[in-house]
Design a protein around this ligand. Sequence first.
Ligand code: LLP
Length: 426
Amino acid sequence: MSTRSPISPRLLSRGVSIRDGRAFIHRIAVAELAEEFGTPLFVYDAEHIRAEVTAAVQATEWQVAYASKAFLCRELARMMDSLGVHMDVASGGELHVALSAGFDPARIVFHGNNKSEAEIEYGVAAGVGLFVIDSLAEIARLERAAKAAGRRQPVLVRVTPGVEAHTHEYIMTGQEDSKFGFSVTSGAAEEALRAVRSSSWLDFQGIHAHIGSQIFLLDSYAKEVDALAVLVQEHSPRILNLGGGLGVAYVAGEENPGFDAWATQLFAALERNGIDREVRVMVEPGRSLVAQSAMTVYRVGTIKRLEGLRTYVSVDGGMSDNPRPVLYGSGYEAFMPEAADAERDQIATVVGKHCESGDVLIRDAWLPSSLAEGDLLATPVTGAYGYSMASNYNRVPRPPVVFVDREGARLAVRGESFEDMVRLDL
Ligand code: LLP
């Protein structure tokens, strides 16, 4: 649901303010950033991320592992490291970015339903704190790598609790029919837990589950804990990792459930199931820590008015920097950084520059009627699964990423050039 009224401050990061219609982030005009770094541009509010991480840690009093698939670059890894949280990586590439930024390997949780031998060896050699075992085949693979390294590898066992969280089916993961983990109800989880606990090279630390992403109905988490309770009683894990998935508002009318409500729900379920405080609970939020910390700033190119049909507003990015609308039908809003308090009194469809009709960023967006070619247009809430899922479709270079806080703006990831489009070609 989008509205005519100006963009809601609730969709913008904490450091954004609007003065005389102009949007500023920590006192730097968004338009100035666009001028300096070019468009499209990912603008991250570094203070916002720090505040969200602190809020998550305080609300849960548990260990927070940032799910780096939401967004990862060295600058962010350094920030997460300095905040002392753990990090979930789901590939050798994510592991490499974290390690190359100096992130403490002991606080890394290594996920993946199909980690390669090379990835496993890399993680073991680097001293990754926890591997999350996802299959019986992986038990054997990890044992071999641990033995070769001469060190017992601490692990969690990933189970599928059989909970259907209400979200898009592509990002629903806790249900029985899933490529992830071991099913609790079929007995596969029990079998895997026994195998891990009797292994001489694996050091059983605990149980992991993740029910999906962009979850608003928090009682799904209570169901998750209920489904895990028997395993917890039988196997006395030191760590219980309940995954991530907390939902985030992208458009007007949606509300962030928030870390406090999430924690309250989980605390109650743990208590009801008699899961005592000896168990170290870990959560793994990605989206909720970074989504609202960023906006993408585009420049409007062509505006096409098809009489009686639709107005197309084309921007200089599109599905290559934000594939979520195409993949999941996700909604976004847009505003003009130089007229951020303007009424949005016309409906138009915001499209990218890619060579296909499906390249739509926002279908039927409310936009100010003053919007003209050459203006800036920004989409808030693009901090999670935007840059991290960006591609070079049509050989469009990926945009730069800038971090802003009270100290100023600094480039965290440089934008790609046309020359970068042939960097890998032989
Ligand atoms: N832990 C595990 C094991 C996960 O698989 C995920 C997300 C998370 C934690 C973090 O979930 P979050 O708190 O960010 O919801 N590309 C999709 C989202 C895919 C999520 C995959 N796993 C999107 O753009 O909506």
